[in-house]
Design a protein around this ligand. Structure first.
Ligand SMILES: *Cc1c(COP(=O)(O)O)cnc(C)c1O
Length: 539
């Protein structure tokens, strides 16, 4: 057997750079970092995705303090090449043509993007908006990604040993692989077994409700059955057809994205029969993208890390002055804690304001500055409420609290390099991995976090960051907001403020420990090597 499988990596979104904004958040950034690492290491991998003409929301704050959505269209022709290949899929009884475009920028790891936006086509809507919220649209999009993706690989004559489904959106590719084999004469069960050997599946969602399920009638009508029948489809995804269950049953190996998430995944899907063995591969981030070169150089030369850190902090402060809606000028000599994530309830955006009288004096006396950023899904009014209430808090503490609108790769770059501390306090165990803290850690920005996702595998309390869980009087009472907030305040008052203002040497030592801890272990290069040795070619 050859030692390196040819891999086709399927993902709904890719976050590579701001010129090609075809991602929404963490999943896409992970996929983008994965391609970059494959490119660096010259591993045999191609990406399959969708060219989202309007991408995901570009979200700004309105006069009323509430976020609103815009969908600018981009001209991708400059970045993409037309392969000349068009494939056809059936959606709701109609033939849909998908052009296959190529991103060559990462030449060892080409990315092929399917696009139904062809002039005169009435199917342009399919690849228009990422996660537009409508189930019918979503299924059509998943037909393009999965079934269209496999057909594109065939037309392009790309030889594939393993199909990697990064999240359940791609599982209809498995249905197409089965159909091909049945057409060549295999029985359904032979075709299914042979297909399983070719598929590996990564799941990212630690909550039941986050796992997509569809009605069989709708799947049949839209054409997902793809010449299979109800019994066959039901044996793959159950009824209703659950995309994660289908991933588990169609793969030879399934993995979660941190050790903790591996455990959560095993417990969640315990009752699913005839599923792949579940393991874990902890995520990583592309260091050349996320670690500032000045920080890297100073670290490697054993130099003072405060120098590059001050520059990066100044750049964040200048960025905020120029891009914040009323141009707040933060002070570079004051501690900055950053927090940026999706506006979802479980992330507990306002935990630090749980007992506001504890944090207010620090903000008023300019001992502490807080920088927030994040988007709500366009249809998520509760997520928008979260952002709006943050904007109200910002008004109360003008000059000390900042909300940066339209969180994206560019805003993330500034924040994860320029803050002093990176805060993460979701309800546990709801963060499958989390990667922004890895990016921060590589830049000597110290994590202040609950133990969830990747954090417990890396951050050591008071050495390379701070763990809120270490201060809990009662660990059996996880996720008690009061208890978590008190522990958070205690760390800020007793550890962070004195160290930052009075013991710069210890701070610098912790910065170095943070980079030591993260630079290799939480890199995308380590991650992809793990996939090649443990997932694609298990011994
Ligand atoms: C890294 C990144 C994420 C994912 O970070 P989490 O810690 O998982 O929230 C999301 N969005 C952008 C723009 C990022 O750069």
């Amino acid at each position: 057997m050859k030692d390196k499988s040819n891999v086709a990596y399927f993902c709904m979104e890719y976050g590579l750079n701001e010129e090609l904004p075809i991602y929404s958040g963490g999943l896409g950034v992970l996929a983008g970092d994965y391609l970059k690492a494959a490119d660096d290491l010259d591993l045999p991998l191609v990406g399959i995705g969708i060219l989202w003409d309007q991408g995901y929301t570009h979200q700004y704050i309105g006069e009323d303090g509430r976020p609103y959505d815009t969908f600018p269209t981009f001209d991708f022709d400059e970045y993409l090449q037309d392969t000349g290949v068009t494939v056809t899929v059936t959606v709701d009884g109609e033939e849909v043509n998908c052009k296959v475009k190529l991103l060559e920028r990462y030449d060892n790891a080409p990315l092929y993007l399917l696009d139904t936006n062809i002039s005169d086509s009435k199917h342009s809507w399919i690849t228009s908006k990422l996660y537009d919220g409508d189930e019918y649209d979503r299924i059509a999009q998943e037909i393009v990604l999965g079934i269209g993706g496999v057909r594109a690989l065939r037309e392009l004559n790309i030889n594939v040993d393993k199909y990697h489904f990064n999240e359940g959106h791609a599982v209809f590719a498995g249905v197409e692989l089965i159909r091909e084999k049945m057409e060549a004469g295999m029985s359904f069960s032979e075709a299914k077994e042979a297909t399983r050997e070719e598929i590996v599946f990564t799941t990212h969602t630690p909550v039941e409700a986050g796992n997509e399920a569809h009605d069989h009638g709708l799947l049949r009508r839209l054409g997902v059955y793809n010449s299979l029948d109800y019994e066959m489809m039901e044996s793959i995804g159950g009824n209703p057809f659950n995309m994660t269950v289908a991933g588990l049953k169609l793969s030879s190996v399934t993995n979660g994205v941190s050790k903790l998430h591996e455990q959560t995944t095993k417990e969640m899907w315990e009752d699913v029969e005839d599923k792949a063995p579940i393991t874990g591969v902890t995520n990583g981030v592309h260091a050349n993208t996320w670690q500032d070169e000045r920080m890297k150089d100073a670290y490697e030369a054993g130099e003072d890390l405060w120098q590059p850190h001050s520059e990066l902090k100044q750049e964040l402060v200048d960025y905020i002055a120029g891009n914040h809606y009323y141009g707040t000028q933060l002070d570079t000599n004051t501690l900055i804690i950053g927090f940026a994530r999706r506006a979802a309830e479980y992330k507990r955006w306002q935990l630090i304001f749980e007992n506001e009288e504890k944090i207010a004096p620090l903000l008023e006396e300019r001992k502490l500055q807080l920088v927030f950023s994040g988007k709500a899904h366009p249809d998520d009014e509760l997520g928008k409420d979260i952002v709006q209430s943050l904007v109200q808090i910002e008004q109360r503490y003008k000059g000390s609290v900042v909300f940066l609108e339209n969180y994206n790769l560019g805003v993330a770059q500034k924040m994860i390099k320029g803050c002093d501390v990176w805060l993460n306090n979701p309800r546990r165990p709801l963060e499958a991995s989390g990667t922004s803290g890895m990016k921060a850690a590589m830049n000597g920005v110290l994590n202040l976090s609950v133990v969830d996702g990747w954090v417990g595998e890396g951050v050591e309390h008071n050495v390379s960051g701070w763990l809120i869980d270490e201060l809990l009087p009662d660990i059996s009472q996880l996720n008690d907001d009061q208890q978590d907030a008190e522990a958070l305040y205690k760390i800020i008052y007793d550890e962070i403020l004195p160290t930052y203002y009075e013991d710069r040497d210890k701070w610098k030592k912790m910065m170095r420990a943070s980079i030591d801890m993260s630079q290799e272990k939480f890199s995308a290069q380590r991650m992809i090597k793990d996939y090649y040795t443990r997932i694609y070619n298990p011994k």
